[in-house]
Design a protein around this ligand. Structure first.
Ligand code: SF4
Ligand code: SF4
Length: 119
């Protein structure tokens, strides 16, 4: 997971509204108050699994799988409503496309490494 976490840091934390940045704009650390965990981090294994399993040109296919497998066990009501999502306070929802890009970057890197090793 470390490789994925590093890619998330580059793709997501670097633009996250909850990040803390140095004066020259470098990401320093997550600025969430203690006691609040980031769903991008908490659900990273699940998100990796979704992005690697689903092959679709439509983002909605990934999002509906996220709702089904992650949100249903998180803050979402049985009716499919999430207050944090409505208030745009869920980083996983806000930056889902960037999280998916980070996962795909690692997957593509691994695939080309496997290709090189097998030829
Ligand atoms: S809230 Fe999540 S995505 Fe944002 S900086 Fe913190 S760890 Fe990164
Ligand atoms: S959108 Fe809501 S239910 Fe889904 S991961 Fe974010 S906080 Fe959890």
């Amino acid at each position: 997971m470390q490789e994925y976490a590093d890619a998330v840091r580059r793709h997501v934390c670097s633009v996250c509204i909850d990040g803390e940045f140095s004066p020259d704009g470098e990401f320093v650390r997550c600025g969430l108050p203690s006691g609040r965990s980031c769903p991008v981090e908490s659900y990273l294994p699940e998100v990796v699994e979704i992005v690697e399993r689903i092959e679709s040109p439509w983002m909605e296919d990934y999002v509906s799988e996220l709702r089904r497998t992650v949100c249903s066990h998180c803050a979402q009501t049985p009716e499919g409503v999430c207050e944090l999502r409505i208030k745009a306070e869920c980083s996983l929802d806000t930056y889902f496309m960037l999280v998916a890009e980070a996962v795909e970057e690692v997957r593509d890197r691994r695939r080309s490494a496997n290709f090189i090793h097998s030829h």
